[in-house]
Write a protein that binds this ligand. Structure first.
Ligand SMILES: Nc1ncnc2c1ncn2[C@@H]1O[C@H](COP(=O)(O)OP(=O)(O)OP(=O)(O)O)[C@@H](O)[C@H]1O
Ligand SMILES: [Mg+2]
Length: 359
Protein backbone atom coordinates (compact mmCIF):
# COMPACT_ATOMS: atom_id res chain seq x y z
CA UNK A 1 0.00 0.00 0.00
CA UNK A 2 0.98 3.61 -0.44
CA UNK A 3 -0.54 7.00 0.22
CA UNK A 4 -0.47 10.53 -1.10
CA UNK A 5 -0.90 13.68 0.95
CA UNK A 6 -1.46 17.25 -0.21
CA UNK A 7 -0.19 19.69 2.38
CA UNK A 8 -1.79 23.00 1.42
CA UNK A 9 -2.07 26.45 2.96
CA UNK A 10 -5.80 25.93 3.54
CA UNK A 11 -6.43 22.18 3.22
CA UNK A 12 -4.48 19.07 4.13
CA UNK A 13 -5.84 16.05 2.25
CA UNK A 14 -4.64 12.46 2.08
CA UNK A 15 -5.61 9.85 -0.48
CA UNK A 16 -5.39 6.07 -0.41
CA UNK A 17 -6.74 3.32 -2.62
CA UNK A 18 -9.36 0.89 -1.35
CA UNK A 19 -10.35 -1.49 -4.10
CA UNK A 20 -11.61 0.64 -6.99
CA UNK A 21 -12.11 3.65 -4.83
CA UNK A 22 -9.81 6.46 -3.76
CA UNK A 23 -10.57 7.43 -0.16
CA UNK A 24 -9.74 10.99 0.89
CA UNK A 25 -9.32 12.35 4.42
CA UNK A 26 -9.37 16.11 4.80
CA UNK A 27 -8.80 18.78 7.46
CA UNK A 28 -8.70 22.53 7.31
CA UNK A 29 -5.15 23.74 7.98
CA UNK A 30 -6.12 26.11 10.79
CA UNK A 31 -6.52 26.26 14.56
CA UNK A 32 -7.96 28.41 17.30
CA UNK A 33 -6.65 29.05 20.79
CA UNK A 34 -9.26 29.08 23.53
CA UNK A 35 -8.79 29.60 27.20
CA UNK A 36 -9.06 26.43 29.19
CA UNK A 37 -12.38 26.25 31.08
CA UNK A 38 -14.69 23.55 32.42
CA UNK A 39 -17.14 24.24 29.62
CA UNK A 40 -14.47 23.88 26.97
CA UNK A 41 -13.14 20.73 28.61
CA UNK A 42 -16.63 19.21 28.68
CA UNK A 43 -17.39 20.06 25.07
CA UNK A 44 -14.10 18.62 23.94
CA UNK A 45 -14.18 15.44 25.97
CA UNK A 46 -17.65 14.59 24.66
CA UNK A 47 -16.60 14.87 21.05
CA UNK A 48 -13.83 13.70 18.79
CA UNK A 49 -12.67 17.24 18.18
CA UNK A 50 -8.97 17.39 17.33
CA UNK A 51 -7.28 19.39 20.09
CA UNK A 52 -4.15 19.88 22.18
CA UNK A 53 -4.03 21.23 25.71
CA UNK A 54 -1.02 23.30 26.66
CA UNK A 55 -0.82 25.02 30.05
CA UNK A 56 -3.90 27.24 30.33
CA UNK A 57 -4.81 27.09 26.70
CA UNK A 58 -6.59 24.59 24.50
CA UNK A 59 -5.95 24.54 20.78
CA UNK A 60 -8.76 23.25 18.60
CA UNK A 61 -7.31 22.17 15.31
CA UNK A 62 -8.61 21.45 11.79
CA UNK A 63 -12.21 21.69 10.55
CA UNK A 64 -13.61 22.31 14.04
CA UNK A 65 -11.44 25.39 14.54
CA UNK A 66 -13.93 27.50 12.60
CA UNK A 67 -16.92 26.44 14.76
CA UNK A 68 -15.02 27.01 17.99
CA UNK A 69 -13.77 30.37 16.73
CA UNK A 70 -17.39 31.45 16.24
CA UNK A 71 -18.54 30.17 19.63
CA UNK A 72 -15.61 31.68 21.54
CA UNK A 73 -15.39 34.84 19.41
CA UNK A 74 -11.81 34.18 18.42
CA UNK A 75 -9.94 34.40 15.14
CA UNK A 76 -8.67 31.23 13.53
CA UNK A 77 -4.93 31.07 12.93
CA UNK A 78 -3.08 29.42 10.05
CA UNK A 79 0.13 27.38 10.36
CA UNK A 80 1.01 27.99 6.71
CA UNK A 81 1.21 31.15 4.68
CA UNK A 82 1.89 31.60 0.96
CA UNK A 83 2.37 27.86 0.41
CA UNK A 84 4.88 27.10 3.17
CA UNK A 85 5.18 26.98 6.97
CA UNK A 86 4.48 30.38 8.40
CA UNK A 87 7.46 32.04 10.06
CA UNK A 88 5.37 34.35 12.19
CA UNK A 89 3.14 31.71 13.76
CA UNK A 90 5.05 30.20 16.66
CA UNK A 91 2.54 27.40 17.17
CA UNK A 92 2.72 26.35 13.52
CA UNK A 93 4.88 23.26 14.05
CA UNK A 94 2.84 21.35 16.69
CA UNK A 95 -0.46 22.22 14.95
CA UNK A 96 0.73 21.02 11.55
CA UNK A 97 2.18 17.87 13.10
CA UNK A 98 -1.17 17.02 14.67
CA UNK A 99 -3.19 17.66 11.51
CA UNK A 100 -0.77 15.71 9.33
CA UNK A 101 -0.78 12.74 11.72
CA UNK A 102 -4.57 12.71 11.78
CA UNK A 103 -5.02 13.11 8.02
CA UNK A 104 -2.30 10.59 7.08
CA UNK A 105 -3.53 8.11 9.72
CA UNK A 106 -1.49 5.12 10.86
CA UNK A 107 0.70 3.57 8.19
CA UNK A 108 -0.70 0.24 7.03
CA UNK A 109 2.74 -1.28 7.52
CA UNK A 110 6.11 -0.13 8.80
CA UNK A 111 7.68 2.40 6.44
CA UNK A 112 4.66 2.66 4.16
CA UNK A 113 5.49 4.88 1.22
CA UNK A 114 3.81 8.32 1.22
CA UNK A 115 4.29 11.04 -1.37
CA UNK A 116 3.70 14.53 0.02
CA UNK A 117 3.21 17.66 -2.05
CA UNK A 118 5.74 20.48 -1.94
CA UNK A 119 5.46 23.71 -3.92
CA UNK A 120 8.20 24.82 -6.29
CA UNK A 121 10.31 27.77 -5.09
CA UNK A 122 8.34 30.94 -5.82
CA UNK A 123 9.68 33.17 -8.57
CA UNK A 124 8.23 36.33 -7.05
CA UNK A 125 9.59 36.14 -3.52
CA UNK A 126 12.83 35.08 -1.93
CA UNK A 127 11.21 32.34 0.12
CA UNK A 128 12.71 28.88 -0.12
CA UNK A 129 10.65 25.73 0.34
CA UNK A 130 13.51 23.64 1.76
CA UNK A 131 12.83 24.18 5.47
CA UNK A 132 9.11 23.50 4.90
CA UNK A 133 9.88 20.32 2.95
CA UNK A 134 12.30 18.95 5.56
CA UNK A 135 9.88 19.70 8.40
CA UNK A 136 7.08 17.77 6.68
CA UNK A 137 9.49 14.93 6.00
CA UNK A 138 10.32 14.64 9.69
CA UNK A 139 6.60 14.69 10.73
CA UNK A 140 5.88 11.82 8.36
CA UNK A 141 8.96 9.84 9.38
CA UNK A 142 7.95 10.21 13.03
CA UNK A 143 4.52 8.84 12.11
CA UNK A 144 6.19 5.67 10.71
CA UNK A 145 6.13 6.49 6.99
CA UNK A 146 8.73 6.49 4.26
CA UNK A 147 8.07 9.99 2.85
CA UNK A 148 8.98 11.26 -0.59
CA UNK A 149 8.32 14.83 -1.80
CA UNK A 150 6.46 15.47 -5.05
CA UNK A 151 6.20 18.83 -6.74
CA UNK A 152 2.61 20.14 -6.51
CA UNK A 153 2.36 20.98 -10.23
CA UNK A 154 3.73 17.54 -11.14
CA UNK A 155 1.08 15.94 -8.93
CA UNK A 156 -1.55 17.72 -11.06
CA UNK A 157 -0.02 16.20 -14.20
CA UNK A 158 -0.09 12.72 -12.59
CA UNK A 159 -3.70 13.06 -11.57
CA UNK A 160 -5.25 14.87 -14.53
CA UNK A 161 -3.16 14.15 -17.62
CA UNK A 162 -2.67 10.36 -17.56
CA UNK A 163 -4.69 10.03 -20.77
CA UNK A 164 -2.35 12.42 -22.48
CA UNK A 165 0.80 10.46 -21.52
CA UNK A 166 1.48 12.84 -18.64
CA UNK A 167 2.17 15.60 -21.14
CA UNK A 168 0.80 19.11 -20.74
CA UNK A 169 0.65 22.18 -18.58
CA UNK A 170 -0.83 21.73 -15.09
CA UNK A 171 -1.72 24.69 -12.90
CA UNK A 172 -2.81 24.37 -9.28
CA UNK A 173 -4.55 27.54 -8.05
CA UNK A 174 -4.43 27.16 -4.26
CA UNK A 175 -4.92 29.45 -1.28
CA UNK A 176 -1.35 30.61 -0.71
CA UNK A 177 0.19 29.92 -4.08
CA UNK A 178 -0.22 29.08 -7.71
CA UNK A 179 1.94 26.15 -8.86
CA UNK A 180 2.75 25.61 -12.53
CA UNK A 181 4.30 22.57 -14.21
CA UNK A 182 4.94 21.80 -17.86
CA UNK A 183 5.65 18.10 -18.32
CA UNK A 184 6.60 16.05 -21.33
CA UNK A 185 6.01 12.30 -20.98
CA UNK A 186 6.06 12.56 -17.17
CA UNK A 187 9.30 14.52 -17.16
CA UNK A 188 8.91 18.06 -15.81
CA UNK A 189 10.31 20.57 -18.28
CA UNK A 190 9.45 23.62 -16.17
CA UNK A 191 8.12 23.99 -12.63
CA UNK A 192 7.66 27.18 -10.69
CA UNK A 193 5.30 28.78 -8.22
CA UNK A 194 3.88 32.22 -7.66
CA UNK A 195 3.28 33.36 -4.08
CA UNK A 196 -0.30 34.44 -4.82
CA UNK A 197 -3.56 32.54 -4.77
CA UNK A 198 -7.01 32.65 -3.19
CA UNK A 199 -5.76 34.28 0.02
CA UNK A 200 -4.31 37.13 -1.99
CA UNK A 201 -7.62 37.67 -3.81
CA UNK A 202 -9.45 37.72 -0.46
CA UNK A 203 -6.99 40.16 1.13
CA UNK A 204 -7.13 42.55 -1.81
CA UNK A 205 -10.94 42.43 -2.13
CA UNK A 206 -11.33 42.93 1.64
CA UNK A 207 -9.02 45.90 1.62
CA UNK A 208 -10.78 47.46 -1.36
CA UNK A 209 -14.27 47.13 0.09
CA UNK A 210 -13.55 47.50 3.80
CA UNK A 211 -15.14 44.12 4.58
CA UNK A 212 -13.55 41.54 6.91
CA UNK A 213 -11.46 38.92 5.09
CA UNK A 214 -13.53 35.99 6.45
CA UNK A 215 -16.69 37.57 5.06
CA UNK A 216 -15.09 38.03 1.64
CA UNK A 217 -13.86 34.41 1.63
CA UNK A 218 -17.31 33.06 2.38
CA UNK A 219 -18.96 35.20 -0.33
CA UNK A 220 -16.31 33.95 -2.78
CA UNK A 221 -16.77 30.28 -1.83
CA UNK A 222 -20.57 30.47 -1.76
CA UNK A 223 -21.92 31.14 -5.19
CA UNK A 224 -19.59 33.63 -6.76
CA UNK A 225 -19.30 33.37 -10.55
CA UNK A 226 -16.84 34.98 -12.91
CA UNK A 227 -19.48 36.22 -15.31
CA UNK A 228 -18.61 39.92 -15.11
CA UNK A 229 -22.19 40.96 -14.76
CA UNK A 230 -21.52 41.63 -11.09
CA UNK A 231 -22.15 44.89 -9.32
CA UNK A 232 -19.46 47.53 -9.37
CA UNK A 233 -18.59 48.55 -5.84
CA UNK A 234 -19.72 45.32 -4.16
CA UNK A 235 -17.58 42.47 -2.86
CA UNK A 236 -18.32 40.34 -5.90
CA UNK A 237 -17.18 43.12 -8.21
CA UNK A 238 -13.92 43.43 -6.26
CA UNK A 239 -13.42 39.66 -6.31
CA UNK A 240 -13.85 39.61 -10.09
CA UNK A 241 -11.27 42.38 -10.50
CA UNK A 242 -8.65 40.59 -8.38
CA UNK A 243 -9.41 37.21 -9.95
CA UNK A 244 -8.68 38.69 -13.33
CA UNK A 245 -5.56 40.39 -12.00
CA UNK A 246 -4.27 37.08 -10.61
CA UNK A 247 -4.87 35.32 -13.92
CA UNK A 248 -3.05 38.08 -15.79
CA UNK A 249 -0.12 37.80 -13.42
CA UNK A 250 0.04 34.00 -13.72
CA UNK A 251 -0.18 34.03 -17.53
CA UNK A 252 2.47 36.75 -17.74
CA UNK A 253 4.81 34.62 -15.61
CA UNK A 254 4.10 31.46 -17.59
CA UNK A 255 5.00 33.32 -20.80
CA UNK A 256 8.21 34.65 -19.25
CA UNK A 257 9.33 31.31 -17.77
CA UNK A 258 8.50 29.28 -20.87
CA UNK A 259 10.48 31.74 -22.93
CA UNK A 260 13.60 30.80 -20.98
CA UNK A 261 13.16 27.10 -21.66
CA UNK A 262 14.18 25.22 -24.74
CA UNK A 263 10.71 24.18 -25.88
CA UNK A 264 10.41 21.75 -28.75
CA UNK A 265 9.04 23.32 -31.91
CA UNK A 266 5.47 22.46 -32.81
CA UNK A 267 4.60 21.37 -29.30
CA UNK A 268 0.84 21.16 -28.82
CA UNK A 269 -0.37 20.43 -25.30
CA UNK A 270 -3.50 20.55 -23.15
CA UNK A 271 -3.74 22.80 -20.11
CA UNK A 272 -5.49 21.70 -16.94
CA UNK A 273 -6.46 24.13 -14.19
CA UNK A 274 -7.28 22.92 -10.70
CA UNK A 275 -7.07 23.84 -7.00
CA UNK A 276 -9.82 25.48 -4.91
CA UNK A 277 -9.32 28.89 -6.51
CA UNK A 278 -10.26 27.46 -9.92
CA UNK A 279 -13.75 26.55 -8.61
CA UNK A 280 -15.95 29.51 -9.67
CA UNK A 281 -17.92 29.04 -12.81
CA UNK A 282 -16.30 30.98 -15.65
CA UNK A 283 -12.74 30.48 -14.37
CA UNK A 284 -11.68 28.07 -17.10
CA UNK A 285 -13.00 30.30 -19.90
CA UNK A 286 -11.36 33.38 -18.42
CA UNK A 287 -8.02 31.61 -18.11
CA UNK A 288 -8.28 30.29 -21.69
CA UNK A 289 -8.99 33.84 -22.88
CA UNK A 290 -5.95 35.26 -21.16
CA UNK A 291 -3.70 32.45 -22.42
CA UNK A 292 -4.86 33.07 -25.99
CA UNK A 293 -3.71 36.67 -25.80
CA UNK A 294 -0.34 35.77 -24.32
CA UNK A 295 2.82 35.23 -26.26
CA UNK A 296 3.44 31.55 -25.52
CA UNK A 297 5.83 29.61 -27.78
CA UNK A 298 3.72 26.44 -28.04
CA UNK A 299 0.15 25.77 -29.01
CA UNK A 300 -2.57 24.79 -26.61
CA UNK A 301 -4.97 22.07 -27.67
CA UNK A 302 -7.50 22.81 -24.96
CA UNK A 303 -7.95 24.28 -21.49
CA UNK A 304 -10.02 22.34 -19.02
CA UNK A 305 -10.90 22.41 -15.36
CA UNK A 306 -11.64 19.36 -13.19
CA UNK A 307 -14.73 18.20 -11.30
CA UNK A 308 -13.21 18.06 -7.83
CA UNK A 309 -10.39 20.60 -7.85
CA UNK A 310 -9.59 20.25 -4.14
CA UNK A 311 -8.48 16.63 -4.57
CA UNK A 312 -6.23 16.75 -7.66
CA UNK A 313 -2.95 17.12 -5.80
CA UNK A 314 -3.69 14.41 -3.23
CA UNK A 315 -4.75 12.07 -6.03
CA UNK A 316 -1.61 12.84 -8.05
CA UNK A 317 0.62 12.24 -5.02
CA UNK A 318 -1.13 8.90 -4.55
CA UNK A 319 -0.62 7.95 -8.21
CA UNK A 320 3.10 8.72 -7.86
CA UNK A 321 3.43 6.76 -4.62
CA UNK A 322 1.56 3.75 -5.99
CA UNK A 323 3.44 3.65 -9.25
CA UNK A 324 6.65 3.69 -7.31
CA UNK A 325 5.47 0.78 -5.27
CA UNK A 326 4.58 -0.98 -8.50
CA UNK A 327 0.88 -1.23 -7.73
CA UNK A 328 -0.03 0.37 -11.03
CA UNK A 329 0.21 -1.48 -14.29
CA UNK A 330 2.61 -0.25 -16.89
CA UNK A 331 5.30 0.79 -14.46
CA UNK A 332 7.95 -1.58 -13.15
CA UNK A 333 7.29 -3.31 -9.86
CA UNK A 334 10.15 -2.70 -7.50
CA UNK A 335 9.03 -5.16 -4.88
CA UNK A 336 9.72 -7.98 -7.32
CA UNK A 337 13.19 -8.83 -8.52
CA UNK A 338 13.95 -7.33 -11.89
CA UNK A 339 14.68 -10.18 -14.26
CA UNK A 340 15.28 -8.88 -17.73
CA UNK A 341 17.57 -6.12 -18.84
CA UNK A 342 14.56 -4.42 -20.49
CA UNK A 343 12.84 -3.96 -17.13
CA UNK A 344 16.11 -2.73 -15.75
CA UNK A 345 16.13 0.04 -18.30
CA UNK A 346 12.47 0.85 -17.66
CA UNK A 347 13.23 1.07 -14.00
CA UNK A 348 16.11 3.45 -14.57
CA UNK A 349 13.90 5.63 -16.76
CA UNK A 350 11.11 5.70 -14.23
CA UNK A 351 13.59 6.58 -11.53
CA UNK A 352 14.97 9.39 -13.61
CA UNK A 353 11.47 10.77 -14.24
CA UNK A 354 10.68 10.56 -10.57
CA UNK A 355 13.95 12.15 -9.54
CA UNK A 356 13.31 15.13 -11.77
CA UNK A 357 9.68 15.27 -10.62
CA UNK A 358 10.95 15.93 -7.15
CA UNK A 359 13.21 18.80 -8.11
N1 LIG B 1 -16.12 27.15 -4.29
C1 LIG B 1 -15.05 27.94 -4.23
N2 LIG B 1 -15.02 29.08 -4.95
C2 LIG B 1 -13.96 29.92 -4.91
N3 LIG B 1 -12.85 29.67 -4.18
C3 LIG B 1 -12.83 28.54 -3.46
C4 LIG B 1 -13.91 27.61 -3.43
N4 LIG B 1 -13.59 26.59 -2.60
C5 LIG B 1 -12.36 26.87 -2.14
N5 LIG B 1 -11.90 28.03 -2.64
C6 LIG B 1 -10.62 28.69 -2.38
O1 LIG B 1 -9.60 27.81 -2.76
C7 LIG B 1 -8.46 27.98 -1.92
C8 LIG B 1 -8.09 26.63 -1.31
O2 LIG B 1 -7.73 25.79 -2.36
P1 LIG B 1 -6.73 24.57 -2.17
O3 LIG B 1 -7.24 23.67 -1.13
O4 LIG B 1 -6.48 24.03 -3.53
O5 LIG B 1 -5.45 25.34 -1.61
P2 LIG B 1 -4.26 24.73 -0.75
O6 LIG B 1 -3.76 23.53 -1.46
O7 LIG B 1 -4.68 24.57 0.65
O8 LIG B 1 -3.21 25.93 -0.84
P3 LIG B 1 -1.76 26.01 -1.51
O9 LIG B 1 -1.66 24.96 -2.55
O10 LIG B 1 -1.70 27.39 -2.08
O11 LIG B 1 -0.80 25.84 -0.38
C9 LIG B 1 -8.87 29.02 -0.87
O12 LIG B 1 -8.42 30.30 -1.25
C10 LIG B 1 -10.39 28.94 -0.90
O13 LIG B 1 -10.99 30.15 -0.48
MG1 LIG C 1 -2.45 23.22 -3.07
Amino acid sequence: MAKGIDVGTMNIISGRQEGDETVFVQQRNSFVEIEHSDMAEQMLSRSDVLHIRKDDAVYVVGDDALNFANIFKQETRRPMQRGILSNDEKSAIPMMKLIIEQVAGEPSHHQERIHYSVPADPIDSNLSVLYHQKTLESFLQDAGYDPEPINEGMAVIYSELAENNFTGLGVSFGAGMTNVCLAYYAVPVMTFSIARGGDWIDEQAAQATGKPIDKVTSIKEDDFELDFRTDVGGVEGALAIYYENLLDYVVENIAREVDEEDIEEGLDVPVVVTGGTSSPRGFEALFADHLKDANIPFSISDVHSVDDPLYSVARGALVAARSEEGEDQGRPNRSEPVESSVSDEDDAEAEEAEASAEN
